[in-house]
Design a protein around this ligand. Structure first.
Ligand code: ATP
Ligand code: ZN
Length: 724
């Protein structure tokens, strides 16, 4: 009797190593096969990661694979990517695999859809509702039952009644396809000469079918999307799959429409808001190669493409691409890694590239394609500073007279204005007029933010909420609280008093229930049904609002100078993007920056539109201090409920660090956010030269680390983006 075949199966739990399982006789599995296996008391989905080895004693414990999940096996390329990412980020391999198996348990036969059509004679009993249904179906076409009910304005039971009476007949409908094949010739735009040049280079990159990174570097409103669509068209023609990563799912709806206008059909979507069953079908459709183009959030990076041909990262500089919990990874960087493993071209698109990408382009590691002008000859917005030290608003107000005047002129002309403030809620701080007591989160080192609209005070770090107290908990004074500083809700109040006749809309993620509502609000702005938009960064990115010509940044200093090595870059990118919403279609755009420090290099670069000045000085300072991309960074955060034990653990950890002259260890130090959700936080920052295996070093270190007792936790973050 031949020995039973043993395979290694990786399961999506916090483990690095696969488990051995037996293959029941008569079952054939290949590497990459998705299978069901017993795991402790449960059953789990897993993936065959390789051939297993028989070890003495194993057969006693060896369990068999229960079943094969009927989807195509994961390719070597995807498994290689999972291995690489786990190794680089020091995340358990099983947890990385979990991101590639996000179809979960929802694979299975399609739910049947019922269609109806006209069948027999009119029923004996007629009602107005029945009449509406029959008139709707007079054309003889089949319609999905739910849709017909909605269109006729009747309940589904009316339709059931008509089927029972023989006036209609029910037919089984095929499931709606997740995505049809885009037609590259559907509506080909006439590109400008500069656009055509860039598009041509991208087409060639796709035709070459090898790994290459291109930076599509175009000013806001230059038509980067139309240009990279030409690369998508080429991939579609070649029968290969395209992945488009976007930072914000709120943006995707407008994007999907735009895609449909170019290619005749919408692409598949992938993000957390897609319903489970649809996600499963999308996953399967990508694994089988039926789905040619998918647009998604960072999690789409782990989809099982069989025939990948192109990856695009839109707004590649966006900080949202960094995942900060669970597996810490940067989706843009990892997209480049996946493109390399898959040997396909990748396009990074931005008007304000990340410093890393900019350096790679300057060093010719990436090819740069420039679109220096806006489409349609539109000028870049004219930028002005409002020096809050000299011409600020009166106390308790936040819109300076000159900005208010500009807003007034804009709406008189029938144009729109956007007031940007990256702060949710009404006021960031509430204090007692009597004793100066500040309302603080009980779990975090943070003030409670007043949300007047919801009548709540809430903590933006842990989600703690409470209703506003009647009296001060410290001095018992009644009605003594004052709101300090502005949030978007307070700004809207000021807008309403300054412009009582204008139609204002405040857009902030916490005020919007659901993506659909948000998309509706964006559409209303685009259609010009709003005069003044007050918004957080939700409105800063990627939108095209034809009537918006004025952008006022209420607090341009907000992100600057908090000792965060990325503060300058982030502020530059965000404010440049916000200002880039102005003057995109007709007229001249204007941007106003309210600031206390008009001489700050970031503010100066924004005012003069001198991007090179910004990159020049930022790159020089990164080089000088050995910050990325000239050096590597990792961070270790130790958290625990007891402050002293947490600190002691962090100190012990640092004492155990392997000594290496290439590595500098800074800390432990109390984190800027010293307490979150009742846990004290200590930070260690690790710096190394660029040509150094910092992941390997961290792995060796962690192997020596003391046991985590007493609820202590530690997190390793390679290439950290946040230093709070
Ligand atoms: N060749 C073209 N023909 C017709 N319309 C175009 C063309 N190129 C760009 N446009 C239009 O110009 C507008 C701006 O283009 P797009 O949104 O792609 O700019 P962008 O470079 O992505 O800007 P941002 O970085 O600000 O998001 C869009 O409405 C787009 O449809
Ligand atoms: Zn809190």
């Amino acid at each position: 009797m031949t020995a039973k075949r043993i395979v290694d199966v990786l399961v999506p739990v916090a483990l690095d190593h696969p488990y051995s399982y037996g293959v029941p006789r008569g079952m054939t599995v290949e590497t990459g096969q998705v299978v069901r296996v017993p795991l402790g008391p449960r059953e789990s989905t897993g993936v065959v990661w390789g051939e297993g080895e028989w070890k003495p004693g194993l057969h006693n414990r060896l369990k068999d694979i229960t079943d094969i999940v009927p989807v195509p096996p994961l390719t070597d390329e995807l498994r290689g990517f999972v291995d690489w990412l786990s190794n680089y980020t020091l995340s358990p391999r099983g947890m990385v695999l979990r991101m590639a198996l996000r179809m979960n348990e929802h694979l299975g036969p399609e739910r049947e859809r019922v269609g109806i059509r006209l069948a027999g004679p009119k029923p004996q009993r007629m009602t107005p509702a029945r009449g509406r249904v029959l008139r709707l179906l007079e054309d003889g076409f089949v319609r999905p039952k739910g849709e017909a009910a909605r269109e006729a304005g009747v309940s589904p039971s009316v339709i059931d009644g008509l089927v029972d009476d023989g006036a209609l007949e029910a037919v089984a409908l095929k499931p709606e396809p997740i995505a049809e094949t885009p037609d590259p010739t559907y509506d080909v735009p006439t590109l400008t000469a500069a656009q055509e040049k860039a598009a041509g280079a991208l087409r060639e990159a796709v035709k070459a079918e090898t790994f290459a990174v291109t930076l599509l570097d175009g000013v806001t409103g230059s038509g980067k999307t139309d240009v990279y669509f030409e690369a998508v068209a080429q991939a579609v023609r070649a029968g290969r799959q395209t992945l488009i990563l976007m930072p914000e799912i709120a943006l995707t709806n407008a994007f999907l429409d735009r895609f449909a206008a170019r290619f005749g059909v919408r692409p598949a979507e992938w993000h957390s808001q897609v319903a489970p069953r649809r996600r499963a079908r999308t996953w399967a459709g990508i694994a089988s190669g039926e789905i040619p183009v998918v647009v998604g959030a960072r999690s789409a990076l782990f989809l099982p493409f069989v025939n990948p041909g192109l990856i695009i990262v839109d707004e590649e500089h966006d900080a949202v691409y960094k995942q900060e919990d669970g597996v810490h990874y940067h989706a843009r960087d990892m997209a480049v890694v996946r493109a390399r493993i898959a040997n396909v071209p990748i396009i990074l698109s931005s008007a304000t590239p990340s410093v890393e990408t900019e350096v790679n382009a300057r060093k010719s590691r990436y090819t740069r394609l420039s679109l220096p002008e806006r489409f349609g000859g539109q000028q870049m917005p004219h930028m002005e500073a409002i020096d809050l030290k000299r011409e600020g608003p009166i106390r308790g107000r936040y819109i300076a007279p000159r900005l208010a005047e500009a807003v007034g002129i804009a709406i008189e002309r029938g144009e729109q204005a956007l007031l940007f403030l990256n702060r949710r809620g009404y006021a960031p701080l509430t204090l007692c007029r009597g004793c100066g007591h500040r309302l603080q989160c009980p779990n975090c080192d943070a003030w409670l933010v007043e949300h007047r609209f919801r009548r709540q005070l809430s903590c933006h770090h842990c989600g703690f909420t409470t209703s506003p107290p009647k009296s001060c908990p410290k001095c018992n004074a009644v009605d003594s609280f004052v709101a300090v500083g502005p949030g978007v809700e307070r700004l809207e109040e000021e807008v309403a008093s300054l412009f009582p006749n204008a139609r204002a809309m405040v857009l902030s993620s916490d005020l919007i229930v659901g993506v659909e509502r948000m998309q509706q609000e964006f559409a209303e702005i685009a259609e010009g049904r709003v005069d003044i938009v007050v918004g957080t960064q939700l409105v800063a990115k990627g939108h095209h609002f034809p009537k918006l010509n004025l952008v006022g940044v209420v607090d341009a200093d907000m992100g600057l100078g908090q000792g965060d090595p990325r503060a300058a870059e982030r502020t530059f990118q965000l404010l440049h993007q916000v200002a880039g919403r102005a003057g995109r279609e007709t007229g001249q755009g204007h941007g106003f920056l309210q600031t206390h420090q008009p001489e700050h290099p970031v503010i100066r670069a924004l005012l003069s539109g001198d991007r090179e000045a910004f990159y020049g000085s930022e790159i020089a300072s990164r080089e000088k201090f050995g910050y990325p991309p000239f050096g590597r960074l990792a961070s270790l955060v130790v958290t625990g409920a007891d402050k002293h034990k947490t600190e002691a653990h962090a100190k012990k950890l640092v004492a155990l660090a392997p000594s290496d002259p290439a590595v500098r260890i800074l800390g432990p130090a109390e984190a800027p956010l010293a307490l979150v959700r009742g846990r004290h936080r200590y930070r260690v920052l690790i710096k190394s030269p660029r040509a150094f295996d910092l992941s390997g070093y961290m792995r060796d270190w962690i192997a020596l680390a003391p046991k985590m007792t007493g609820g202590i936790k530690r997190e390793v973050d390679i290439d950290p983006q946040s230093f709070l």
